[in-house]
Ligand binder design. Structure first.
Ligand code: PEP
Ligand code: MN
Length: 337
């Protein structure tokens, strides 16, 4: 961190900053110019906030050198993290597709969808048991009953299971059934939940908050990583912009940017971004071309009857066709699917 003093700041003001830097356990490196003095703070600045100095007399501005996250940073861990999930892995050369219905609605719907996605060569089934709905009057999910159905479908198909956990109290229950704990967009900054999934030690798919920056996403990942749980995957699922044609705006630039900033696997959920099934195939292919390690796609055998997110769900045949085309894109950039 660099502290730039105002032009004409006094020697006692500079000394007060240096004393404060030492008090906080850091070293100060002074550069006294003709016009102004600059103080370099030496030490791990992630343990410092700008606020320690901004209000001190004579300070003009503070410039951070390092990112505020550490464990999530590629500087700290240059190699890509690969998360093993039940016989497959996410973050390696192979692009992974996680697919399934928005929510578990009943056994027939779940087993039919699971059979269809397994047939397409998918390894992980997604389906919500606890649903974060905008309206309290909408279908909220079947809860534990849905988790039991997911366990049964896993036994029958061999698919790994990803499902959302909405509160710290639910973590032990959901972790008994899920291979991947999903943190939804609305909970990206629910810090008690992040601590709880970090402690659970299971793989976590952390979705980007719909109004969060990439740095905020990485800071949330840092919470989970700080519990020694390194099985964290990030998911771009669209952010809120002025555009209303799509449900959210898929920020594809997040893929190459996050790939530079972090070693964690990056997935893309085109379904929740688009909100319209017709847009999902193009966004999926673009996400793979941009370097995503995987996709999260909603599939429903009868989207018109779905209890949640029907308009964005792909029918199994459309999904199967998409997987075939996604494989071609993956292979064209030297990856497999
Ligand atoms: C979901 O995956 O079903 C979901 C609710 O996603 P998001 O949190 O991205 O809206
Ligand atoms: Mn959904």
């Amino acid at each position: 961190m660099i502290i730039v003093m105002q032009r004409g700041s006094s020697q006692p003001q500079v000394q007060a900053i240096v004393d404060r830097v030492h008090e906080l356990g850091f070293q100060a490196h002074l550069s006294v110019g003709e016009e102004r003095t600059i103080i370099g703070v030496i030490g791990d600045e992630r343990y410092l906030t700008e606020g320690e100095f901004t209000l001190m007399p004579g300070v003009e501005k503070i410039v951070r050198i390092l990112s505020p996250y550490k464990l999530a940073s590629r500087d700290f861990h240059p190699q890509d993290t690969v998360v093993p999930i039940n016989g497959c892995s996410i973050g390696g050369n192979r692009v992974i597709i996680i697919a399934g219905p928005c929510a578990v609605e009943n056994w027939g719907q779940l087993s039919e969808t699971a059979a269809a996605v397994a047939e397409s060569g998918v390894h992980v089934l997604r389906a919500g048991a606890f649903k974060p709905r905008t309206s309290p009057y909408s279908f909220q999910g079947l809860g534990e009953e849905a988790l039991e159905m997911l366990a049964l479908v896993k036994e029958q198909t061999g698919l790994a299971i990803m499902t959302e956990v909405m509160s710290p109290e639910q973590v032990p229950l959901v972790a008994r059934y899920a291979d991947i704990l999903q943190i939804g967009t609305r909970n990206m900054q629910n810090y008690t939940l992040l601590h709880a999934v970090g402690e659970a030690g299971k793989p976590v798919l952390l979705k980007r908050g719909m109004m969060s920056t990439m740095e905020e996403l990485l800071m949330s990942a840092e919470y989970i990583l700080s519990h020694d749980n390194n099985k964290v995957m990030l998911c771009e699922r669209g952010i809120r912009t002025f555009e209303t044609y799509t449900r959210s705006t898929l920020d594809l630039s997040a893929v190459p940017v996050l790939k530079q900033l972090t070693h964690l696997p990056i997935l893309v959920d085109p379904s929740h971004a688009a909100g319209k099934s017709a847009l999902v195939p193009a966004l999926s292919l673009a996400a793979i071309a941009a370097g995503a390690d995987g996709l999260v796609i909603e599939v429903h055998p009868h989207p018109e009857k779905a209890l949640s997110d029907g308009p964005q769900a792909l029918k199994p045949a459309v999904f199967a066709d998409l997987v075939a085309r996604a494989r071609l894109v993956a292979e064209s950039i030297g990856r497999t699917l």
